[in-house]
Every structure is written in C-alpha cells, then in structure tokens.
Design a protein around this ligand. Structure first.
Ligand SMILES: Nc1ncnc2c1ncn2[C@@H]1O[C@H](COP(=O)(O)OP(=O)(O)O)[C@@H](O)[C@H]1O
Ligand SMILES: CC(=O)N[C@@H](CCC(=O)OP(=O)(O)O)C(=O)O
Length: 253
C-alpha cells in the first residue's frame, strides 16, 4: 500500500507538536505526494505574551486585533521556514509558502468581533500544483488576504479548505490520538464520527477549544470534495496507521 502509487495527502501539522522532529521523519519518509499546512498557535501565544499582548480565543479561534497581525504573520512565516528546512534536511526538499503568495488563500473577515480572523473564500491551487510538479513539497502558512491586507486563518480551517479544493484526503495531526470522549483518556477515542455526532459533542462541550476548528474543518473538507478526513496524533507510523484505518478519528459526512 505504501508503494510507488502511494496516495497524495493533505497533512495539517499542529502547532501543538512544537519541535515535531519525529513527525518530520515520518513525513519525509512518506512515499506519496504531500501538501502540508502548518499551525503555530502555541508559539504565536508565546510571542504575543512576550510583546505584552493579551490573547483570547473564541471557539478555538484567536481573536486578532489588527495591531497583532504583523506578529502573527512573522511567527507563522518563521515556523514554516524551520519546518521546510527540517524536511529538506531529511531528504524531502520542501518550500515554505504563505497563503498570501500567488493569492493562494483569498479570504474575508469572518466576524468583525474577532478582528483580522479570516475565513477562506477561494483557494488558488495552481501554485501548489506547480510546486509539486517541480519535485518540491509545499508547506503553507495559514495567512490569507483580503483587499485590506493579511488575515489570520486558523490552520485547521485553512487545511480543510485546501484539501477540499484539491480533492485530497485531509489529515489533521495534533497532540492527541483523536477525538476523545474524555480528553484525559486516550482509550476513549472515537474511531469514527458522523457530522451529527460531532455536532452533538460540540454542543455538549465534549469537543472543545482547538478541537472545534479541527472537526469543523474536517467536515468542511468532506463537503467540498475531500475523499476522507481524519484527526490523529503526529508521530512515527501515523500515516500508515491512518491509511490502514487503525489510528485516529475519521469524520464521515
Ligand atoms: N474531545 C476532545 N478530544 C480530544 N482533544 C480535545 C477535545 N476537546 C478539546 N480538545 C483539545 O484539543 C487539543 C488539540 O487542539 P490544538 O491545541 O488547537 O492543537 P493543534 O495545535 O494541533 O491544532 C487537544 O490537545 C485537547 O486539549
Ligand atoms: C484564527 C486563528 O485561530 N489562528 C491561529 C493560526 C495558527 C494555528 O491555527 O495554529 P494551531 O494549528 O497550532 O492551532 C492562531 O492564531 O493561533
């Protein structure tokens, strides 16, 4: 299954994975094409605090006043460059792009109360296809743009939109083994969740915080044409485990 015909995948790398060394080994070794979207929430939080900004979240989305946008973009851009270098050193040449490049992530303000938080309006997939054709792995920072300037797009939201636009499976790699009934108990993983079940778990507060945009992005990707979508823990063996259905939580339409 992991031979030369290996499935192309859209993989979202959660910022929760921090150093991500073992995950980079895993991604570098994957035999099929990869399109990567990365987060960076924890590091953005560290830098905002260092610069004296308060930060708060609404349903897993960072409220982003315009004066914080430059710092958000700086952190995400730097992180992308680090990940691209890490993959390249492991033998998988990668380039870090931002959703602003070549107008890849055209976006609009999601809700004025959240500041410069964006939702994706249109994905321009041509630059990603060009990068793949050049034998490089693209890594996309979740920055979109509107007519005013850059927008902070949650990385899960961005990943779901790109997977939908490319018609690729959407894999959300994070620091937990999947969607859990009890966030402290890895054995409480849901192997499969339907849209209705996921919505009920959000309403009950069982799916909370950063897991909300992940599940919503997975369902959006499916609605827009992704063949499947799953949440799993980033680490050695995760892609094969997901493809074999043994790991993670699969969201189904
Ligand atoms: N029902 C749930 N199952 C698993 N994790 C959950 C759940 N509800 C909330 N979470 C939280 O979501 C986190 C993952 O989201 P987030 O921190 O945004 O990660 P990432 O940076 O990888 O996107 C988990 O570490 C966990 O604290
Ligand atoms: C609007 C919004 O929530 N933007 C996110 C972008 C980064 C991100 O999503 O990173 P993770 O994948 O690590 O959570 C933020 O500012 O944290």
């Amino acid at each position: 299954m992991m031979g030369s015909m290996a499935q192309a995948l859209l993989v979202k790398i959660g910022g929760s994975l921090r150093e991500a060394g073992e995950l980079l080994d895993e991604l570098a070794g994957y035999p099929g094409p990869l399109i990567l979207v990365h987060g960076g929430g924890p590091r953005i939080g560290d830098w905002l605090a260092r610069m004296g900004f308060e930060t708060r979240f609404h349903r897993g989305l960072r409220v982003t006043p315009p004066e914080q946008m430059e710092l958000v973009e700086m952190v995400l851009t730097t992180l992308g460059k680090e990940l691209a270098a890490g993959l390249s050193r492991r033998g998988r040449p990668a380039v870090a792009l931002s959703g602003r490049d070549a107008l890849m992530l055209q976006a609009r303000v999601m809700d004025k109360a959240l500041g410069r938080v964006g939702e994706v309006e249109r994905v321009n997939v041509a630059p990603l296809q060009g990068v793949l054709q050049a034998g490089l792995t693209p890594l996309v920072a979740p920055i979109g743009l509107d007519e005013v300037g850059p927008l902070n797009i949650n990385a899960d939201t961005a990943a779901g939109a790109v997977a939908g636009a490319l018609g690729l499976p959407a894999v959300f790699l994070t620091d937990v083994v999947g969607v859990l009934r009890d966030p402290k108990d890895p054995s409480s993983r849901f192997p499969v969740l339907s849209r209705g079940e996921a919505q009920a778990l959000i309403d009950q507060g069982i799916i909370a915080g950063g897991m909300i945009p992940k599940v919503e992005a997975a369902l959006n990707a499916l609605a827009q044409g992704a063949p499947w979508a799953a949440v799993a823990q980033g680490g050695p063996g995760v892609l094969e485990g997901l493809l074999g259905g043994a790991l993670g939580t699969r969201l189904v339409g």
